[in-house]
Write a protein that binds this ligand. Structure first.
Ligand code: TYD
Length: 206
């Protein structure tokens, strides 16, 4: 049986991760692997209900409550989708995961980062991504790509997104083996090549 692999994709809104996830899925399938493409918040079922609240609720949401809702979604996601797929030897490509909560709720909203790390650990049962790609773009590019139709999180303002971006850069320095910071201003093809070369390097070392 193949060994399961868990890869997550991160970055501020509009960073281009969704395109790269699809390209990587095609690559893994072309070499005969089974791939699960999933996302946070809201993969399916209960998660979709939580996603609806997180992205569309228009009343007041405290930062702690927001963190716990993302974490609740994560706990359900890990137990019902991610862990079983890894155990079946599949490749899990996940659009956002634990580092989003550190970057958005921790660096962005100012929730205590050490506490978020601890809660992330509880939500994931200690399961960690084998590899994480952070696609870094500047805020002007993010604003242009997101456009006028903004959800609740995307409406948080420029200052917030500056903090989130800095957070991602910071955490990629703290865990350089797992988290790879990629320049998201390059072309889709250039980024895809870089992603593949990192994956092949990591695979050949393990
Ligand atoms: P989504 O529409 O999936 O955005 P994107 O395509 O950019 O991934 O919305 C997810 C939003 O939720 C996004 O603005 C980031 C935010 N988020 C957090 O703030 N904390 C989290 O833990 C997660 C998983 C997402």
């Amino acid at each position: 049986m193949n060994k399961g692999l868990f890869i997550t994709f991160e970055g501020i809104d509009g960073c281009g991760k969704t395109t790269q996830i699809k390209l990587l899925k095609d690559y893994f399938e072309s070499i005969g692997r089974t791939v699960i493409l999933t996302r946070e918040p809201g993969a399916k079922g209960l998660g979709e209900k939580l996603r609806e609240i997180l992205l569309n609720y228009d009343g007041e949401v405290s930062s702690n409550c927001e963190s716990f809702l993302f974490l609740a979604d994560r706990a359900q996601h890990i137990d019902t989708i991610i862990k079983p797929a890894i155990e079946r030897g599949e490749i899990v490509l996940c659009d956002r995961h634990t580092d989003s909560t550190i970057a958005y709720q921790g660096y962005g909203r100012g929730v205590n980062i050490e506490q978020i790390k601890m809660l992330n650990n509880i939500a994931t049962n200690g399961i960690k991504p084998d590899l994480t790609f952070v696609f870094d773009i500047d805020i002007t590019t993010s604003v242009k790509r997101v456009g006028k139709e903004k959800d609740r999180m995307e409406s948080a303002g420029l200052e917030f997104f500056e903090k989130v971006r800095k957070g991602y850069i910071e955490i990629s320095k703290q865990e350089p083996n797992r988290i790879k910071l990629i320049d998201g201003s390059k072309t889709i093809e250039e980024i895809s090549k870089e992603v593949l070369s990192i994956i092949n390097k990591v695979n050949s070392e393990s």
